[in-house]
Design a protein around this ligand. Structure first.
Ligand code: PLP
Length: 239
């Protein structure tokens, strides 16, 4: 069997994904440019990440602090970095200053620590609030019910700026079962936006991954996070 180069696989996948993003955007009355494709780069080699950046990718997301730091000097291309994984409070200082935006803020306490560490280095860090929209035990994030009061507390914290919401809905095996979660997220996004709270803007609604990004866009996502479908299935054996 002849193996395709990873770069060729990326090129094909990238083109296909961009076409699908464009169609889904139109279905929701928007343009392709209104949607950001974030490349989820866990376990992807720095060489391939650099290639991806040279060939269309402008935002990448890491979900492990250790990996973010390890790849730092090897991902040499100019790119916007987001942190998308669960963040422990003791690692905040390693992430602040390294990324433009932290997508996975799941408690008022974590927001406070990000603010404090940001002020220490004279920065304001942009964040998204992660919502546990399926109310799953195994996932972190604010529950929908507690989001509004968390938002008003977080709006008072210096050193951070809330830019929107992020969610990882439950894995759905039945077609269209995920729509309820995306719709709820869109409603929360609109409700918070309508309140016009100081220091809180709702510009980014980060939802949709390899299996469900088209539906997520149809239901209002402004940023999809895609790994597997861009780079191929992950191989964890040497990780
Ligand atoms: C890995 C990851 C993704 C991408 O998932 P795929 O199914 O590989 O597209 C998206 N969001 C987060 C937070 C991730 O960790």
């Amino acid at each position: 069997m002849t193996e395709k180069l990873l770069t060729e696989v990326f090129d094909e996948n990238y083109k296909e994904i961009m076409d699908k993003i464009a169609s889904a955007a139109v279905k929701s009355g928007r343009k392709a440019e209104d949607i950001t494709l974030l490349a989820a780069v866990k376990t992807v080699s720095p060489e391939l990440i650099n290639y991806a950046i040279d060939n269309g990718i402008s935002v990448i997301g890491d979900n492990r602090v250790q990996e973010l730091i390890a790849k730092e000097n090897e991902v040499t291309k100019n790119v916007t970095k987001h942190f998308i994984g669960h963040l422990q409070t003791n690692k905040v200082k390693d992430v602040v200053g390294r990324v433009a935006l932290i997508e996975s803020v799941d408690s008022v306490r974590l927001a406070g620590i990000i603010g404090k560490e940001s002020l220490k280095i004279g920065k304001v860090t942009e964040i998204l609030l992660e919502v546990n929209i399926g109310e799953e035990e195994s996932k972190s994030g604010f529950l929908a019910d507690e989001l509004m009061s968390a938002v008003s507390e977080i709006s008072k914290i210096e050193g951070i700026k809330v830019k929107g919401l992020m969610a990882i809905p439950p894995i759905c095996n039945v077609a269209d079962e995920n729509i309820q979660y995306f719709s709820k997220m869109r409603q929360l996004f609109i409700d918070i936006k309508d309140k016009n709270i100081d220091n809180i803007s709702m510009d980014i609604l980060s939802m949709g991954m390899s299996d469900d990004f088209e539906t997520a866009i149809e239901y209002g996502s402004t940023q999809v996070r895609i790994g597997t479908l861009l780079f191929g299935r992950r191989n964890y054996t040497n990780n």
